[in-house]
Design a protein around this ligand. Structure first.
Ligand code: AMP
Length: 279
């Protein structure tokens, strides 16, 4: 596995390797790799000839009061995990490489970026869109792999790719969970023992929604109220709990096929998100 730090090197290597080997699969991450990230790498490995994993904690997607500084980082451990999963190239650019002095360009995917997480994190998806667009330009992947765990991010990236005619296939993969249902996340690291114990309640609430829908209930307000009751029983502050349409992220009154049930909540100082898609 090669570790590359500069854009110039990454770009010329991608160019060369694409001609030499064929398809490139990109897995963009913020590092502190876990089984969710590894599932993306393994799938990329099945589909593509060359696997690039990027590790970059992107400052422009964090609000001023958010956790950019304390976001967990461990490049040495990440390197070992990425290598073991079959990564060919680990791309780890610095902030200076990505945002040199005088940097000005951003991308805003209108309509979608201001919904769900965009309400409490108004600049978040502008940062996500620009870093992913830049990574696409730098790595020139044939396919790029993202997790459904961050459903809104996946939907926004798919829209950006479509709207800007980017020549890359975006692939969304299922959320990897701990045994008790908690979605695996680098931010789970922040949870105290007590908080970790109650965190699976988010998934339990989503499962309650699924059970109600499976048994024929489709009234969003009714279903969401039951889910909310499960969450507020423990010490968790809900940011949002919504049933939205997958294409425009607008609230739906009736839960049906392709309704996304999405939740964001604060457990102490940690903001966690989760979702399920009604099939
Ligand atoms: P992050 O490092 O948190 O920015 O995540 C990098 C990529 O991994 C994103 O596409 C995430 O959606 C994906 N990811 C994060 N957690 C999980 C998970 N538990 N299961 C599947 N994919 C995940």
């Amino acid at each position: 596995m090669k570790v590359i730090k500069t854009i110039k090197k990454m770009q010329s290597l991608s160019h060369h390797e694409k001609e030499l080997r064929g398809t490139i699969g990109l897995v963009p991450t913020m590092g502190y790799l876990h089984s969710g990230h590894i599932s993306l790498v393994k799938r990329a490995k099945k589909d593509c000839d060359l696997i690039v994993v990027s590790i970059y904690v992107n400052p422009t997607q964090f609000g001023e009061s958010e956790d950019y500084k304390r976001y967990p980082r461990d490049l040495e451990r990440d390197g070992k995990l990425a290598k073991a999963a079959g990564t060919d190239i680990l791309f780890v650019p610095s902030n200076k490489e990505i945002y040199p002095d005088g940097y000005h360009t951003y991308i805003r995917v209108e309509e979608l970026s201001g919904k769900l997480c965009g309400i409490s994190r108004p600049i978040h998806f502008r940062g996500v869109a620009i870093i992913v667009a830049k990574l696409f330009n730098i790595v020139k992947p044939t396919r790029a792999y993202f997790g459904w765990k961050d459903a809104q991010q996946l939907i926004i990236i798919k829209k950006m790719v479509e709207d800007l005619n980017m020549d890359v296939e975006v692939i969304g993969l299922p959320t990897v969970r701990e045994k008790d249902g908690l979605a695996v996340s680098s931010r789970n690291e922040y949870l105290s023992k007590k908080e970790r114990k109650i965190a699976p309640v988010l998934y339990q609430a989503l499962q309650k929604v699924k059970r109600m829908v499976d048994s024929g209930e489709n009234n969003s307000a009714k279903v969401l109220k039951e889910a909310e009751d499960i969450i507020i029983k423990v010490k968790i502050k809900i940011d949002y709990l919504k049933a939205v349409n997958l294409t425009d992220l607008k609230d739906v009154k009736k839960i049906e096929k392709n309704t996304l049930i999405a939740v964001a909540a604060w457990i102490g100082g940690t903001r966690l998100i989760d979702n399920i898609l009604i099939k």
